[in-house]
Design a protein around this ligand. Structure first.
Ligand code: N01
Length: 486
């Protein structure tokens, strides 16, 4: 490996999911020394952890790929989760990143020691690194509902991100709490196999109909043999997405959102029973919550063995779930109740300069300059950190652009007589105030409850156009940083 860094600066990358693998590949290519720490025994992050029936990426596979590693083998327009997992495992091996990962070694502590970070892992290993890249993901801390009696249930009970494949659901009475993207995919997948499926829906979802497109062998062969075809497809899809949907969500009055809502309503019309249709009709604007994409949810819920329960859950009992007055008898209970989206790297103990603790800085809600850096935490960057465009652009494209930004800052420091970069309080506050104001005009702020909202009910995702994100990432404003020699 070429040593791009004459000062021997080293990187700790935390997490070997999509963005951690990306960081490894790019650091390797740039000639930097790095170590990736991964809590689990395999790469893949969210795709390793979510193995529930029906899991698929609802973003088109040809844009849910690294731009430098397009994949002609995707089986479908939106491919199954297991294929996405295989893709990341394959890329990680092919680029030689696997050998730089310390598996089963969660980082428990990061402490800034004045000129470098001290990192401690769950195995008690303590090491020092000049730079830290937190690539720990967003949707990875399962959120268990606070429902009375949850522990009293007699049968198997698990969260969607902890699916227990030892539990037989075939021919069983299954209860499913939650109708977000996970709940909807599971409903469609398991409805034909179970005796009874009781879906506990607290809020109706807008469900965008998509058609299932399976790529033919001829199409895949064309992708394999014509690199331009694949590249153009990636470019076209990215542009359409970034100029279309990504632009519309930041405008609460967008016509495109109205069109999407119309398409959702047309799909809802396929539900025959007026009472069921009424239950499934949302009362807020489409895309206010993250849109759910499905070609078969409405078919599934019209099966005679599926019950959409909208009465409030009173409590969970030994044999089932009591909603309203009625006890719904259940053998297996699945919690599709989402994730703690404000955790990010936590519960890791992170202490920056002057003993400032991240948990304290983020006690109300996490936020970061351009989603990447936090004042008082020198040489520490995040990929897909707080305020990232989670619901707007492809997470992979976002992470690639964020990483390129980080590398530009690092290169600048390394090439000068410097070794520390920390975002200034002033720059962070200026950005955060602007972001907070802009967030109020987005579709996510049009009057619904969702995981996009912070504790004050203000959306935390990137509220500006794609063009601004690209411009910010392409040309870091180095004047916003305090650059120093330690
Ligand atoms: O979680 P969610 P998810 N009693 O938070 C309900 C990504 N993803 O795992 O709407 C009753 O969206 C809650 O009800 P309400 C994607 O970004 C991607 O489904 O709050 N119900 C809601 O229905 C997605 O957005 C793919 O009223 C309770 C549900 O649980 C994100 O992950 C696939 C409750 C939670 O929905 C999260 O999706 C899957 C309670 N106490 C996921 N508590 C792809 O295909 C919560 N709920 C890429």
């Amino acid at each position: 490996m070429v040593d791009a860094d004459p000062k021997g600066h080293t990187f700790a990358v935390i997490g070997a999911g999509m963005s951690g693998i990306l960081a490894g590949i790019k650091l390797k290519q740039a000639g930097y020394k790095f170590q990736i720490f991964e809590k689990a025994d395999r790469v893949g992050g969210t795709w390793r952890e979510n193995t529930y029936p029906g899991i698929a990426c609802d973003v088109p596979s040809h844009i849910y790929s690294y731009s430098f590693e397009l994949n002609p083998e995707w089986s479908e327009f939106t491919s199954p989760g297991s294929e996405v997992q295989e893709y990341f495992e394959g890329v990680s091996k092919r680029y030689g990143v696997d050998s730089e990962i310390r598996f089963r070694e969660a980082v428990t502590r990061c402490t800034w020691m004045g000129h470098e970070w001290e990192i401690e892992t769950e195995k008690g290993h303590i090491e020092r690194f000049r730079w830290v890249i937190a690539a720990t993901g967003i949707l990875h801390h399962p959120k268990y509902p606070e429902i009375e009696g949850l522990d009293d249930f007699d049968g198997p009970i698990f969260h969607t991100a902890r699916w227990d494949h030892n539990v037989e659901i075939q021919g069983k009475k299954v209860g499913l709490i939650g109708t977000g993207s996970s709940g909807v995919q599971i409903t469609a997948a398991i409805a034909p196999d179970v005796e009874k499926l009781s879906v506990f829906q607290r809020t109706a979802q807008w469900v965008v109909p998509n058609e299932r497109v399976v790529y033919t062998e001829e199409e895949k062969e064309a992708f394999r043999t014509d690199a331009d075809l694949l590249r153009n497809l990636h470019t076209e899809m990215s542009t359409a997405f970034n100029d279309g949907f990504a632009t519309s969500v930041i405008d609460g009055n967008s016509e495109l959102i109205d069109d999407i809502q119309k398409r959702c309503l047309e799909a809802l019309e396929t539900v025959q029973d007026p009472e069921l249709k009424k239950k499934l009709q949302p009362t807020y604007k489409a895309a206010c919550k993250r849109l759910v994409v499905s070609h078969n949810f409405y078919d599934a819920v019209q099966r005679p063995n599926v019950d959409i329960v909208t009465a409030d859950i009173e409590q969970i009992e030994k044999n089932g779930v009591r909603a309203g007055e009625e006890l719904h008898e259940i053998d297996v209970l699945v919690l599709a109740t989402g994730f703690h989206v404000d955790a990010f790297m936590r519960p890791m103990n992170i202490t920056g300069r002057n003993g400032i603790v991240l948990d304290e800085v983020w006690k109300d809600w996490p936020s970061a300059y351009l989603s990447i850096a936090v004042p008082d935490f020198p040489n520490f960057f995040m990929l897909n950190g707080p305020n990232s465009p989670v619901g707007n652009f492809s997470l992979i494209q976002t992470a690639e652009m964020q990483f390129d930004y980080v590398l530009k800052v690092v290169d600048h420091v390394n090439q000068g007589d410097l070794d520390v970069a920390v975002i200034s309080q002033e720059a962070y506050q200026r950005f955060d105030a602007e972001r907070y104001e802009a967030a109020k005009g987005t579709v996510w702020a049009t009057g619904c409850n969702s995981w996009y909202l912070d504790n004050n009910g203000v959306p935390f995702a990137w509220p500006f156009p794609f063009s601004r994100f690209r411009a910010e990432m392409e040309a870091p404003k180095l004047e916003d940083y305090e650059l120093a020699k330690s």
